[in-house]
Design a protein around this ligand. Structure first.
Ligand SMILES: [Zn+2]
Length: 421
């Protein structure tokens, strides 16, 4: 049985390893490691060496996911997946995604060679951030059979297609179907930094994700009349930007009225865009997210009605188009409950929360019961070199993960599950 002290030592190693991987970068200054880039090879070599030292068999599938299998107690035992992503954004921190992979390797280490009724497959996804090809989740999509020809034909800024990038990395795109999950998978677990301020505000080290929020992205265009700002009296104007501005403030106040609703206008553009012209047209985007598809839909309908009312009152027109509509993905109820129990077992008070950001678990959940554990993120800072995580929280996460594996190993309900893959 592991002790709190040994988790603290293991946590130190996990942090040191995350920082070491941050050195494998496409940029000389800062960390940037995109899909199938040369430093990803170095990253694979390093993580593979840790896995092999624990008796894991390591392979890289056709989209570049690093997969290490720690065998179960018996031949043909089912498996659970534990993982996250190894790619990064430009000028990244050391922990987004990476921590989930390194922590999974640490959990295998914490077993001290003992075997469970299931094998553990640690996955380091090759692509989650969508930096190189503008499409996220290429790694996890391969596991659920969602890498199609259109995706393989996509090109990066240098004109290299996904297919060519796979070949250049020494992999064979024809074998992508082999990356798909088989029917021996009992579940998927992902440890990830929260990347937000909620857990820190509550002073809790660990959170359990109930659902990954759904989101809509739209573009609104307000059309009025451009005119002379000196000769047009205020009451005879049809100012498109003023209409957009009134609506933007309404977006903010409306979202504040509903718990856990977040809505953002992140882009505005006024035309013609001159100091001495009343704006004739204003474009504004909307990003709205919530774990409840129903509530999100109602709020979105309300915001569209408000845009129409504001436009009508000001004698301008408004049109909108949808850029993205994605439903929420619920995490597995059984696993979520087990995680809460394990968090309590590690001496922490669990906090159930939605994830406002997308994660690999959202894709894997299409085929396999999936769940996520969040680690408190100091200052809520992520996608920045200042991203960090507390050593104590990593030790708690390892403790929680170890307890979770122990719970699952003795759960007939879990072991009796069959995969939907
Ligand atoms: Zn991430």
């Amino acid at each position: 049985m592991q002790t709190t002290g040994s988790f603290a030592k293991l946590a130190e190693e996990v942090l040191a390893r995350c920082r070491r991987l941050a050195l494998f970068s496409e940029d000389t200054c800062g960390t940037r490691r995109t899909f199938l880039s040369p430093p990803m090879k170095d990253c694979h070599r390093e993580v593979s060496s840790w896995m092999k030292a624990l008796g894991m068999s390591v392979s890289v599938d056709a989209v570049g996911n690093l997969r290490g299998l720690y065998p179960g107690a018996s031949l043909g035992a089912p498996r659970i997946l534990i993982g996250s992503h190894l790619d990064t954004v430009p000028n990244a921190g050391a922990f987004d995604g990476i921590l989930g992979v390194v922590l999974a390797v640490g959990l295998v280490e914490s077993l001290e060679k003992s075997k469970l009724p299931f094998a553990i497959e640690v996955i380091g996804f090759s692509e989650e951030e969508g930096v190189r090809f503008g499409v996220p989740f290429i790694g996890s999509r391969a596991l659920v059979g969602r890498v199609d020809q259109e995706l393989l034909d996509r090109r990066d800024e240098h004109g290299v297609s996904v297919r060519k990038a796979i070949q250049d990395f020494g992999l064979n795109p024809e074998t992508i179907p082999d990356a798909q999950l088989r029917d021996d998978v009992l579940g998927y677990l992902e440890f990830h930094i929260e990347q937000g301020p909620v857990l820190e505000n509550l002073n809790r080290p660990l959170g359990v994700v109930e659902a990954i929020v759904g989101q809509n992205r739209l573009e609104f265009t307000f059309s009025g009349h451009a005119n002379h700002p000196g000769t047009t009296p205020m009451h005879l104007r049809h100012d498109a930007l003023a209409a957009a501005a009134e609506w933007i403030v309404t977006v903010e106040s409306t979202a504040r009225e509903t718990a856990e609703m977040v809505a953002t206008v992140g882009f505005v553009e006024a035309k013609p865009g001159a100091t001495n012209v009343i704006p004739g047209e204003a474009r504004a985007t909307l990003d709205i997210r919530h774990a409840s598809d129903k509530l999100r839909g109602q709020t979105l309908d309300d915001l569209i009605r408000r845009a129409q009312a504001i436009a009508a009152k000001r004698g301008v027109s408004v049109e909108w188009r949808t850029l993205l509509a994605q439903n929420a993905v619920e995490m597995d109820h059984f696993l979520t409950g087990q995680i809460e129990q394990a968090i309590r077992g590690s001496g922490c008070q669990p906090h159930r929360m939605p994830s406002g950001a997308g994660h690999d678990a959202m894709i894997v959940a299409e085929k396999v019961p999936s769940a996520m554990i969040f680690l408190r993120t100091p200052g809520g800072i992520s996608h920045d070199p200042a991203e960090s995580v507390h050593l104590d929280d990593v030790a708690k996460a390892l403790d929680c993960g170890f307890q979770l594996l122990t719970q699952l190993a003795s759960s007939q309900e879990f072991l009796g599950r069959t995969c939907r893959a």
